[in-house]
Ligand binder design. Structure first.
Ligand code: SAM
Ligand code: SF4
Length: 459
């Protein structure tokens, strides 16, 4: 790749990357940061001192899109004051609607699609090495470099500049074949492609050698890992192999689709010592009518049955979920079904959203839109119920000894540390900085919704 030729270290501009969205986008940003560092660029956390500002975008809800355009408006002003500033946009928003991006933000210097992000050093090279080339954005005298292609294979072995020191994301697959009626992902990330197991294992082995203790395997639907590929391997088989990696202590994965969660996977989760007792299993709705309109491919009964199997196999498992309220046609009785399911399952956490109609998805054509006021009220009722459940669950942990991996200094107080239990709960406690990166035992002393408070015996 061309980036190897660039040696800018002294005069090259600093690059600021802001990531919107899920862990997949964070992972892509880590690759971009790694590629830039390898090409001699410096990364900065301060946009004011950057010569290049890049937004890596997501597009799961309209709200996020508004947020990105409003940030771009601010950056446009900054560029007017500082014309040499290079502005770039990449990720899901660009992949879904490149023409709209170019029309609304013709002042952008470059845009990169979800399969083109690794070309970033080459693109920057055109500004700082070979002079600017590009496609002229309609209605603008400015040229924007446009690299947006579909389903382009992403090369293996790219460098990554990881944000965290002991816990790392590892992509096992990209894309999604499910086409849930509300969702943009299959349109922006393309069809499912699993990464070869040897590449996944090599990446994890290298991480473990560098001192990483935990990995989170990423995919939009990890349960369909291996489907349609030459290699005969499924996600449960992959977990077995990852569990064997020496010096690795914890394995997590996300996201699991309820229609594809197999008995074999539940069995392996229970059996494999490094696989943590936590599962993110998005239910989206507790109403069969709405689940069918969402094209989720399972019923509330199936979901509850999975929860029973999981709890039988792994009694201490923590379950988290995603829920959308106000989906077209959702009546009060459907919403009551969601509340009932939430109460019965007793989730340890839920990401809750108001339905957002997205252009190009099937659900935008559905009638019976729910007024925003009603969706908003339902969202508040759901959050209130979930908070009560969570507090109740966390109270039951008081007095118990739990294993945590110490991650960092707490955001709220510099003399406290923050770690995570195997069940993915945050624990804050007083302790020495040297504990960061260690797996230790703490006693829970106070419950809380965002975090639990713990105490280390020796402190
Ligand atoms: N692959 C995951 C799954 O199958 O559940 C989720 C991926 S999506 C990036 C994350 C979450 O965003 C979804 O679980 C859903 O709850 C929410 N979401 C996606 N599209 C949405 C929309 N149009 N309106 C509101 N929430 C949405
Ligand atoms: Fe979107 Fe459904 Fe695929 Fe999840 S499974 S990424 S919600 S289409």
């Amino acid at each position: 790749m061309k980036n190897k030729e660039h040696t800018y270290s002294k005069n090259s501009p600093k690059v600021y990357i802001r990531t919107y969205g899920c862990q997949m986008n964070e992972y892509d940003s880590e690759i971009m940061a790694g590629l830039l560092e390898n090409s001699g660029y410096h990364l900065t956390d301060n946009p004011a001192e950057a010569g290049v500002i890049l937004l890596n975008t997501c597009y799961v809800r309209e709200k996020v899109k508004h947020k990105i355009y409003s940030r771009l408006g601010e950056l446009k002003k900054l560029k007017e004051e500082k014309p040499e500033l290079i502005l770039g946009l990449c990720g899901c928003l660009v992949q879904k609607e490149p023409e709209e991006v170019l029309q609304r933000a013709p002042y952008l210097d470059f845009i990169l699609g979800t399969s083109n992000f690794y070309q970033l050093p080459e693109v920057l090279g055109q500004f700082f090495g070979d002079g600017v080339r590009g496609t002229k954005a309609k209605g603008s005298s400015h040229s924007t470099i446009v690299q947006v292609e579909e389903d382009r294979a992403i090369p293996e072995g790219m460098p990554k500049l990881r944000k965290r020191r002991f816990s790392a994301f590892v992509s096992v697959m990209r894309g999604c074949n499910n086409f849930c009626s509300y969702c943009n992902v299959p349109y922006v990330r393309g069809r499912e492609v699993s990464r070869p197991r040897k590449d996944i294992l090599r990446e994890i082995e290298e991480l473990a050698q560098k001192g990483y203790k935990e990995v989170t395997l990423l995919g939009q639907n990890v349960n369909s890992y291996g489907k349609g590929e030459k290699e005969k391997i499924d996600f449960a088989d992959l977990l077995v192999l990852v569990n064997q990696v020496e010096n690795l202590r914890r394995v997590r994965f996300t996201t699991s689709h309820p229609k594809d969660l197999s008995d074999k996977l539940i069995e392996k989760m229970a059996e494999l010592d490094k696989v943590c007792e936590h599962l993110h299993l998005p239910v989206q709705s507790g109403s069969n009518k709405i689940l069918s309109r969402m094209k989720r491919g399972y019923t509330r009964e199936h979901y509850k049955n999975l929860v029973n199997k999981l709890r039988q196999a792994i009694p201490e498992i923590a379950l988290t979920t995603d829920i959308i309220v106000g989906f077209p046609g959702e009546e009060e009785k459907d919403f009551q079904d969601t509340l009932e399911l939430v109460e019965t399952v007793g989730f340890d956490g839920a990401f809750t959203f108001c339905y957002s109609p997205l252009k190009g998805t099937e659900a935008v054509r559905l009638k019976e839109r729910i007024p925003e006021k009603i969706s908003g009220q339902r969202l508040r009722r759901l959050i209130e119920l979930q908070q009560k459940i969570l507090l109740r669950k966390n109270e039951s942990l008081v007095g118990k000894e739990v294993e945590i991996m110490v991650e960092k200094i707490s955001k709220k107080s510099s003399d406290e540390l923050q770690g995570r239990t195997r069940t993915n709960k945050i624990v804050v406690f007083k302790g020495r900085k040297e504990l960061i990166g260690n797996i230790i035992s703490v006693k829970i002393v106070t419950p809380g919704c965002w975090a639990l408070r713990g105490k280390v015996n020796s402190c």
